[in-house]
Design a protein around this ligand. Structure first.
Ligand SMILES: *[C@@H]1O[C@H](CO)[C@@H](O)[C@H](O)[C@H]1NC(C)=O
Ligand SMILES: *[C@@H]1O[C@H](CO)[C@@H](O)[C@H](O)[C@H]1NC(C)=O
Ligand SMILES: *[C@@H]1O[C@H](CO)[C@@H](O)[C@H](O)[C@H]1NC(C)=O
Ligand SMILES: *[C@@H]1O[C@H](CO)[C@@H](O)[C@H](O)[C@H]1NC(C)=O
Ligand SMILES: *[C@@H]1O[C@H](CO)[C@@H](O)[C@H](O)[C@H]1NC(C)=O
Ligand SMILES: *[C@@H]1O[C@H](CO)[C@@H](O)[C@H](O)[C@H]1NC(C)=O
Length: 319
């Protein structure tokens, strides 16, 4: 299928600025692209005995020789599309970091062609801003492509890798093993649902869509999957201050599950996992602690009593 290009701003468009330079190379061409766009580097030279190198900042990342593309060691771009027929290399899914100098170096047995140099500037995309989505482990994430249905082509991507595709009024097979049997597709509302979310699913999901006549704005969702809070308990210890006849309690609220938690206490109302209170002899207090993260809340209470510790000052720990 065609390369999907993320929403391309007409304002950014492709702006070409030519600078006159020395005579052995064509002048540098400044190319402006948006994040997610593609950069096409065509070697439109006579095909006879043609050898071409495509370079990025002086590292070769594609090579054409003996009428075919050759293996190149460089790991530079794993987002390349090569087309033998028109000797065309396309870097897809441009990122801000791709900004740099691309060149197409070509020669035949009899001739060294002028090198073409493209100075690529990748700009922030004009897609809608990322939507932050918080989910709990085991939840589902539904990604609906609510675009006009006519001639609609949609790609769902996870961290830039396509994992679902819709075209010709139906979902298409996609090679990706991502989410495997956790994907549910629904033709009626053109939605893809990832079920049984795991912590590792946290990442950036995109919906890229186009029709024959229009490139729609891409939608991006940054998914944060959180653990549910499994258990919360109050630990307490106290110090018997004989001179004042009181117990100085130190309480700690401890929750397991997620790392990033908020704690709060009621009566006395405080924030944070720790609480200190003083009780006079035989006085008791019932304390409540609430732990929450973005996706869950758990709450517990405990009653503590100040008992006579007539012995010397000591530190008692109760479980
Ligand atoms: C270059 O190749 C890409 C896909 O590989 C194709 O979409 C594009 O139309 C080609 N460009 C030209 C000018 O042939
Ligand atoms: C390529 O060169 C440009 C400017 O010359 C630089 O900003 C960019 O970081 C370089 N990229 C890499 C991957 O070396
Ligand atoms: C899309 O369709 C599926 C299956 O019928 C349904 O579960 C889901 O709620 C629909 N989503 C919306 C937003 O209508
Ligand atoms: C922890 O949660 C708070 C509130 O939801 C959030 O602002 C913060 O970025 C989170 N920190 C980490 C490391 O996830
Ligand atoms: C408890 O009493 C001690 C001694 O009077 C005092 O220093 C401390 O601030 C009191 N703590 C609280 C939480 O009231
Ligand atoms: C806990 O809930 C409070 C109030 O709703 C919220 O402000 C806070 O961000 C939550 N904590 C975390 C870690 O999400």
């Amino acid at each position: 299928m065609n390369i999907f290009q993320e929403s391309r701003c007409s304002i950014l468009g492709v702006l070409l600025v030519f600078f006159l330079q020395g005579s052995c190379a064509d002048p540098d061409v400044e190319v402006h692209k948006a994040v997610g766009d593609s950069l096409e580097l065509i070697a439109d030279y006579p095909k006879k005995d043609l050898e071409v190198l495509w370079r990025y900042n002086d590292t070769t990342f594609a090579e054409y020789r003996n009428d075919d593309f050759q293996k190149v060691k460089s790991e530079l771009f794993n987002r390349l599309k090569m087309n033998k027929n028109n000797i065309n290399v396309t870097v897809t899914d441009l990122t801000l970091q791709d900004s740099g100098i691309f060149s197409v170096v070509a020669e035949s047995k009899s001739e060294m062609y002028k090198t073409k140099v493209f100075v690529l500037h990748v700009h922030g995309s004009c897609a809608d801003p990322d939507v932050e989505v918080h989910k709990a482990v085991g939840d589902s994430l539904e990604l609906i492509a609510d675009y006009p249905k006519k001639d609609l082509k949609v790609q769902w991507r996870y961290n830039q890798i396509a994992f679902a595709e819709y075209q010709n009024d139906d979902f298409q097979k996609v090679k990706s093993e991502l989410f495997n049997n956790r994907l549910k597709m629904n033709k009626n509302n053109i939605s893809v649902t990832v079920t049984d979310l795991t912590l590792q699913d946290s990442g950036r999901f995109s919906i890229v869509a186009e029709s024959k006549s229009e490139q729609y704005k891409s939608k991006h969702f940054v998914l944060h999957v959180h653990d549910l809070i499994r258990e919360v308990k109050i630990e307490d210890s106290y110090f018997w201050l004989q001179s004042k006849n009181l117990c100085m309690f130190h309480l700690r609220c401890v929750a397991s599950g997620d790392q990033n938690l908020s704690y709060s206490w009621i009566s006395p109302q405080t924030q944070g996992p720790q609480l200190n209170i003083n009780l006079s002899l035989t006085e008791s207090a019932t304390l409540s602690c609430t732990a929450n993260n973005t996706v869950s809340v758990k709450y517990t209470t405990k009653t503590v009593v100040c008992t006579d510790k007539s012995e010397v000052q000591q530190f008692c720990v109760k479980s």
